[in-house]
Design a protein around this ligand. Structure first.
Ligand code: PMP
Length: 437
């Protein structure tokens, strides 16, 4: 029973008035958030029923139990990504907060920052390098830092042909003034997998000494083995809810020496060493970055999700998804009038395909598929600059996880073909008329 993925049954329209009641749900939106196994929802309930208490502060048994479970979840995350130590894992509300944490800490010169923090700080004239393909959560925080500090934000343009990573353009952008590089591991639109080894090598040889590299690993950690020691990056950010965990929890990995060189991001309880009227001193990582009562139940739920993924095996998940992704890509390519974004067939890609069609706006497509029980996503997927670079304002996206099957892909393609046939039969005048309503 622990292994069962809970297929949500929407509570709205429960009377079946919209005709959806008897449709099998084909959930193809796991890049936005994954479904949850019973093991995770049970862990949440078990915590609230048997161990609910605040962590770290209580001198009673229940608090010790909650602390033990919370810290053991940290250990599970650390070992899942092969961190050197549990002190390298900071719980955050998600990847967005993890990236904001680093961006803010690097430009936060208030308080009494650690001695060597000044070398890491982003100041006027320093260069931050990101790419045009990033999710907004790996763009906006850096824009804010640049505005606050006078650092210069530079973008690696998306490769015109595929939207993939342009290593030549990247190499050209890196200079001795480059102090920070933040790139995604896997694109949530293109499904492309970025060449991290090459990126790290270029930064370590061309950028300022001690320049830091951050990987937005939101779309990789749930789907493939991520070994932070092998990757040799300084930070990674990931979200628990995309890897079978609850919402409201994610993590920042940072090399311990780097984390301990950073000043805090938020002030409050638990993150201090001592507090005086005129100043405070700070606890070492990870406590330094976890001010206030953390998301205890969610962290424990994330630990249960990791146990669950480990039981299946992340390599097995990856191999299964490679095959399924290839199947999805090939089936989509065969649908008349569909253009799939991202790297060409034959290139390894993550288990998602964003696509556009000649006949239908992605939002209309999403609505029509939804009526047939197929859940895809339509929009800019928080990647407006990338969409502009590719010449589209929006796209539709089907994204898979290990619980999807070829049958799901077949059902999706059948409904997609029917929908495109229907729109094709309307003629362009009727479509324009409907769009203008
Ligand atoms: N980066 C990427 C590549 C993503 O796909 C997402 C989620 N769509 C995020 C960052 C942000 O994650 P969250 O909203 O969970 O913080």
């Amino acid at each position: 029973a622990d292994g069962k993925i809970i297929s949500p049954t929407p509570s709205t329209d429960a009377d079946g008035a919209d005709g959806k009641q008897n449709k099998r749900l084909v959930y193809l939106d796991s890049a936005a958030t994954s479904q949850k196994p019973n093991a995770v929802t049970s862990a949440l309930t078990a915590y609230y029923e048997h161990a609910n208490s605040n962590v770290h502060r209580g001198a009673h048994a229940l608090s010790r139990e909650a602390t033990e479970q919370y810290e053991s979840a940290r250990d599970k995350v650390a070992s899942f990504i092969n961190a050197n130590s549990r002190n390298e894992i900071v719980f955050t509300s998600g990847a967005t907060e993890a990236i904001n944490l680093v961006a803010t800490a690097l430009s936060n010169t208030c308080g009494q920052p650690p001695k060597n923090a000044r070398d890491l700080y982003l100041t006027k004239g320093d260069e931050i390098i990101i790419t045009e393909s990033e999710h907004h959560s790996n763009i906006v925080p850096w824009q804010m830092v640049a505005e606050r500090t006078g650092a210069v934000l530079k973008y690696v343009p998306a490769c015109a042909a595929t939207g993939g990573f342009d290593l030549d353009a990247f190499t050209e952008l890196i200079t001795p003034n480059t102090k920070f590089v933040s790139v995604q591991h896997v694109s949530n639109v293109l499904g492309s997998i970025n060449p991290v080894d090459e990126i790290v090598e270029i930064v370590r040889s061309k950028a300022a000494p001690g320049a830091n590299i951050m990987l937005d690993a939101c779309q990789s950690v749930p789907h493939m083995g991520v070994d932070v020691q092998k990757l040799n990056v300084d930070f990674i950010a990931a979200s628990g809810h995309k890897m079978c965990g609850p919402t409201g929890i994610g993590f920042l990995y940072g090399k311990e020496s780097v984390l301990n060189s950073l000043p805090p991001y938020k002030g409050g309880g638990e993150m201090i060493d001592e507090v005086y009227m005129d100043h405070s001193t700070y606890a070492p990582a990870p406590a330094r970055f976890e001010a206030g009562t953390p998301a205890i139940a969610q962290a424990i739920g994330l630990g249960a999700a990791i146990d669950y993924l480990n039981k299946i095996g992340i390599e097995r998940i990856h191999d299964y998804e490679v095959e399924l992704a290839d199947y999805l890509r090939r089936r989509l390519e065969d649908v008349k009038g569909v253009t799939v974004l991202g790297p060409p067939v034959g290139t390894e890609r993550a288990a998602l395909c964003a696509f556009v069609t000649e006949a239908v706006h992605p939002s209309d497509l999403g609505t029509f598929l939804d009526v047939e029980g197929v859940a895809i996503r339509a929009g800019h997927h928080c990647c407006q600059p990338l969409h502009r670079a590719l010449g589209y304002s929006h796209s539709a996206r089907a994204s898979l996880y290990f619980y999807n099957t070829k049958e799901d892909v077949d059902d999706f393609i059948a409904v997609l073909e029917d929908t495109l046939k229907f729109f094709g039969s309307l003629g362009s005048d009727a479509i324009e008329e409907a769009d203008s309503d």
